[in-house]
Design a protein around this ligand. Structure first.
Ligand code: BES
Ligand code: MN
Ligand code: ZN
Length: 498
C-alpha cells in the first residue's frame, strides 16, 4: 500500500472513496460540509433516510453523484465523541480499510481524524500516521500463498491510501512519520509471514536465508550464520541440547548493522527461533500443538525490526542474534535430568525439555557479550504463564533497569504495541536450585514468566538487559489465528527514540 497526506480542501480532492466519520451526534463534521455539498448532499440525505449508523464497527457505502469529486463515500460509525480515542480511531480505520478492500476502489482518502478532538499536537499527528498505517496494513494483510487458486480471496484493488489533515503543521508531522510507519509495517509484515509459515517451510535454514536477504539490502549490514560445528566450538551446550532430537541442525543467525561509528556500542536484539516446539521428551499435549509453529515469533520480530532499521538507515549500531532450532523428541533427544554446560560455563539440569526457549536464549545472550553491547533486548514466546498473567493485549517486560523499562514502555505506547512490566527479582530464581548442576531450567508453576526471566538474568550479569515475553501477543488463536507482527513496532520505535 502507498500512503500519502492530503491537506487540500476535501471538496476538491478527487478520489475513489472518501472515508467519513459518523459520530452519535449524527451531523456531517464541520470540515466536511463542503464535501457533502459537492457530492449532492449524499451524506445528509442518507442520514435523513436513516441509513447511517454511528455504532463503532458499522459502515455504509454511498455512491458519489455524477459530478461528485469522490466515486464512493464510506461512512464509518465512530460512537460517542467523548469516547472516540486513539484505540477507537485505529479500530475504525481498520474497519474502513477492510470494507474498502471488498470494493473495487483503487485509492481512498480518510477523514476519520476529523472525529478526534481538535487542537492536536505534533505528537498526535505522528500517532495519526502510525495508527493509520498499522490499521490499514492489519486489515489488508493476507496469507494465502499456500492455498490453491480457487481458495484464495480476490486480490485487493486498493493501492493508495490518503490521510487527510487540516493544518500544515500536521501535514509536516504526518509526512515525516510516514516513512517510519511504512518501514515498521513492512517489518511487521515480514514477521507475520514468517510466523504464519508452517514449520515444514519455516525451518532454521529458512530463517538463515531470510537473514541473509535482509543484510544484503545494505552495505552497512552483514549476516553470518554459524553452523553446528562452530556452535559446538563456542561451547553452546544448551542450544545444542535443544536441537539434539531434530533432523535439521541448529543455526546461530547473526546480522550486524553499522549505522554509525564503530566506537559506538550497539543495541543487540536476541530473538527466540524455535521453528517448532513439540516440548521434546517432555512432550506437549496434542490439543492446539499446531500453534507451536509460532514459537519463532521472537526471531521473526527481531528480523522484522532489523529490516526496518536497515530500510530507515538508522544512525545506530544494531545487532540481531537468532538461535534457531526445532524442539523434537527422538532417540538422540535430551532427557529430563540431563545436564548440559552452557557457553557461560554454568551447568544446567534440564528438568523439563519443554522449557527450551531459555536454553537457546542463554547461550545467545552469552554470545552477545562479544559485541560489547550498550543494551540487550531479548524477545521470546517464552511462557504460557505470561499469557495467563497478561492475556493477548500486552507483552511482558522484565528488566532490573528502570530507565530501560521506561524507554521500552514508552516506545510500545507510541507504536500502539504495548508492553507491561512484570517483576524480576532474586526470589523468583530460588526454585531453580538443583542437586546435581549449578541450577535447573524450571522451578514451580506459579510466577512462571518471572522465573524464566530470572533464569535468563543469570546470563546477563553486568549487562543492560531487558526481556520481552511475547507469548500472548505475537499471534492470535481461534478464528483469527495468525501472527500479529508484534513487537516490531515497539522495537523500532525504541530504536528511533534511543
Ligand atoms: N513456547 C512455549 C511457551 C508457550 C506456551 C507460548 C503456550 C505460548 C503458548 C515454551 O517453550 C514452553 O513450553 N514453556 C513452558 C515452560 C514450563 C515447562 C516451565 C510453559 O509455559 O508451559
Ligand atoms: Mn516449550
Ligand atoms: Zn517454546
Amino acid at each position: 500500500m502507498q500512503y500519502f497526506v492530503k491537506s487540500s480542501e476535501p471538496q476538491k480532492q478527487k478520489t475513489d472513496c472518501a472515508i467519513i466519520p459518523w459520530l452519535e451526534t449524527s451531523k456531517v463534521p464541520a470540515g466536511l460540509k463542503a464535501l457533502d455539498k459537492a457530492c449532492g448532499n449524499a451524506i445528509k440525505d442518507a442520514a435523513r433516510r436513516g441509513d447511517l449508523s454511528s455504532k463503532v464497527g458499522a459502515s455504509t457505502l454511498l455512491i458519489g453523484g455524477a459530478n461528485s469529486p469522490c466515486k464512493r463515500i464510506l461512512v464509518v460509525g465512530c460512537g460517542k465523541p467523548e469516547s472516540f480515542d486513539r484505540k477507537t480511531f485505529t479500530k475504525v480505520t481498520g474497519i474502513a480499510a477492510g470494507a474498502l478492500a471488498r470494493t473495487g476502489a483503487k485509492d481512498a482518502v480518510s477523514y476519520l481524524s476529523q472525529a478526534l478532538k481538535s487542537g492536536r499536537k505534533e505528537q498526535a499527528a505522528r500517532r495519526l500516521a502510525m495508527d493509520t498505517v498499522a490499521a490499514v496494513e492489519q486489515a489488508t494483510y493476507r496469507f494465502d500463498a499456500l492455498k490453491s487458486k480457487q481458495h484464495r480471496q480476490k486480490p485487493i484493488a486498493l493501492k493508495r491510501f490518503g490521510i487527510a489533515v487540516s493544518q500544515s503543521s500536521e501535514r509536516n508531522a504526518v509526512s515525516a512519520t510516514l516513512p517510519q510507519a511504512r518501514a515498521i509495517a513492512e517489518g511487521a509484515r515480514l514477521a507475520r509471514d514468517l510466523g504464519n509459515m508452517p514449520s515444514n517451510r519455516c525451518t532454521p535454514r529458512y530463517l538463515a536465508s531470510v537473514a541473509r536477504k535482509i543484510a544484503a539490502k545494505s552495505k552497512k549490514a552483514s549476516a553470518r550464520i554459524l553452523n553446528p560445528d562452530e556452535i559446538k566450538r563456542l561451547g553452546m551446550g544448551a542450544l545444542l541440547s535443544v536441537a539434539a532430537g531434530a533432523v535439521e541442525p541448529a543455526r546461530l543467525i547473526v546480522i550486524q548493522y553499522r549505522g554509525t561509528s564503530a566506537k559506538t556500542k550497539p543495541t543487540v536484539l536476541v530473538g527466540k527461533g524455535i521453528t517448532f516446539d513439540t516440548g521434546g521428551i517432555s512432550i506437549k499435549p496434542g490439543q492446539g500443538m499446531d500453534e507451536m509453529k509460532f514459537d519463532m515469533c521472537g526471531a521473526a520480530g527481531v528480523l522484522g525490526a532489523m529490516q526496518a532499521t536497515i530500510e530507515l538507515g538508522l544512525k545506530k549500531n544494531v545487532v540481531a542474534i537468532v538461535p534457531a532450532c526445532v524442539n523434537m523428541p527422538d532417540g538422540n533427544a535430551t532427557n529430563p535430568g540431563d545436564i548440559v554446560t552452557t557457553m557461560s560455563g554454568q551447568t544446567v539440569e534440564i528438568l523439563n525439555t519443554d522449557a527450551e526457549g531459555r536454553l537457546i536464549l542463554c547461550d545467545a545472550l552469552t554470545y552477545a557479550r562479544r559485541f560489547k553491547p550498550d543494551t540487550i533486548i531479548d524477545v521470546a514466546t517464552l511462557t504460557g504463564a505470561c499469557v495467563v498473567a497478561l492475556g493477548p493485549f500486552v507483552s511482558g517486560l522484565m528488566t532490573e533497569d528502570d530507565k530501560l523499562a521506561a524507554g521500552l514502555l514508552e516506545a510500545g505506547e507510541l507504536a500502539g504495541d504495548q508492553a507491561w512490566r512484570l517483576p524480576l527479582m532474586k526470589e523468583y530464581g530460588e526454585g531453580l536450585a538443583s542437586n546435581f548442576a549449578d541450577f535447573a531450567n524450571v522451578a514451580g508453576r506459579e510466577g512462571g514468566a518471572s522465573i524464566a526471566a530470572s533464569f535468563l538474568s543469570r546470563f546477563t550479569k553486568d549487562l543492560r538487559w531487558a526481556h520481552l515475553d511475547v507469548a500472548g501477543t505475537a499471534w492470535k488463536s481461534g478464528k483469527e489465528k495468525g501472527a500479529t507482527g508484534r513487537p516490531v513496532g515497539l522495537l523500532v520505535q525504541y530504536l528511533l527514540n534511543a
